[in-house]
Design a protein around this ligand. Structure first.
Ligand code: CXF
Ligand code: ZN
Length: 375
């Protein structure tokens, strides 16, 4: 029995900005009140792991255990935990869902007020459950830190799933594919036109959802023309090569293709200039632009007052696609089990834990969508 005792296990530690992760033995403390210790079954790589590995400290933060897309099984629980028991299968999710604050009890918000989301190097109580074998503290990442055989996560950041769900598919719902499920919170209707800026996993997850919603035209926009073929599998019907628009702006091309703008535009890159482009090609009167990408902190958006004030458009920001983890994830899993939401095509690679750095290499050069890492 390991409950109540520290566990020694392997973790892939990010020791220095931009350098490969180092697999080493670490100590994982037992869960505090409200937390669970999880044995990770598999994890997958999201571009945010790359972004935070690249950051020089500060604001980068080392040594750190990255990773935030995963499926695990509960090894032990801390005091006061009633919603999980040992052996439960869970998906950790970086935005908390405490189930009791004004936001979590409202259908209209997914931004918990009890544990406000920040990119903190700590657990919610400001401490770490990880140390290396010298006794030095290792930092957490997005309240998940899944690049370890065991991790500790607050129950507000855990969604229980059915044990029959394939873990190497369910892990995608921890971040990228769920963020792209913003089509759900945006209520994309049958017959509508959708423009997607950026065809990585998030953009393709938007396309997949727009396809499920019965969108009539799904325009994919990317700097890389190699995305044309793959994006068709996700429902993209028209492609704009943004490096080859001649004199025209992408928004002008989308406005022409849609006869006045798309009903829904999604920004899936994290670039202020693309938010402006997306907003300029959503339709007057009812067009909605949803921002899913995350730009550098402090970046500024510029809009003309005419475009914002006189054209009836909506600009909406979100984290995790506006989804509420504990209620929306089970719905997405059901749609996967019903063979509607096709998660398989996002998984381009699968590797063993010892090859975790290969997963980074593949994602950085744009060769993979999602690489599953088995522990
Ligand atoms: C992102 C969300 C915004 C802050 C950085 C991390 N989440 C997941 O990739
Ligand atoms: Zn992510």
């Amino acid at each position: 029995k390991t409950a109540g005792k520290p566990i020694k296990c392997r973790a892939a530690v990010s020791r220095k900005a931009g350098e490969p992760l180092v697999i080493e033995e670490v100590m994982v403390a037992p869960p505090n009140s409200g937390e669970a210790r999880i044995k990770i079954i598999c994890t997958s790589l999201c571009y945010s792991d790359v972004t935070f590995l690249k950051l020089k400290d500060p604001p980068g933060c080392f040594p750190r255990i990255l990773g935030h897309e995963a499926v695990g099984v509960v090894e032990s629980i801390g005091d006061g935990v009633s919603e999980l028991v040992e052996g439960d299968f869970v998906i950790p999710i970086f935005i908390p869902d405490c189930a009791e604050c004004e936001d979590c009890t409202s259908k209209k918000s997914n931004l918990c007020s009890k544990f406000p989301f920040t990119v903190s190097p700590w657990m919610h109580d400001g401490s770490s459950r990880f140390s290396d074998l010298n006794g030095d503290t290792l930092y957490h990442f997005l309240f998940v830190s899944s690049f370890a055989e065991y991790t500790v996560v607050h129950v507000a950041n855990l969604t229980k799933i059915d044990q029959s769900t394939p873990p190497n598919r369910a892990c995608l719902l921890s971040c990228g594919v769920s963020t792209g499920a913003a089509w759900k919170s945006a209520n994309v209707e049958a017959g509508s036109t959708v423009a997607i800026f950026g065809l990585g996993s998030i953009g393709l997850a938007v396309a997949e959802g727009a396809r499920l919603c019965g969108a009539a035209k799904i325009i994919g926009i990317d700097v890389n023309p190699e995305k044309i073929e793959i994006s068709k599998k996700f429902g993209v019907t028209d492609f704009v090569d943004s490096k080859n628009c001649g004199e025209k702006r992408v928004s002008q091309i989308v406005n022409e293709m849609t006869g006045g703008g798309a009903d829904y535009c999604f920004e899936c890159v994290g670039k202020a200039s693309l938010v402006e482009e997306a907003y300029s090609c959503c339709r007057k009167g009812w067009g909605k632009t949803v921002v899913l990408g995350v730009d550098q902190p402090g970046s500024k958006l510029t809009f003309s007052s005419h475009e914002v004030l006189h054209r009836g458009k909506t600009l909406m920001g979100s984290l995790f696609g506006g989804l509420k983890p504990k209620s929306d994830i089970p719905i997405l899993i059901q749609r996967y089990m019903d063979k509607e939401l096709e998660l398989d095509k996002f998984v381009t690679h699968e590797v063993g834990f010892e090859d975790i750095n290969k997963a980074f290499d593949l994602l950085v050069v744009g060769k993979s969508l999602r690489c599953v890492i088995w522990m």
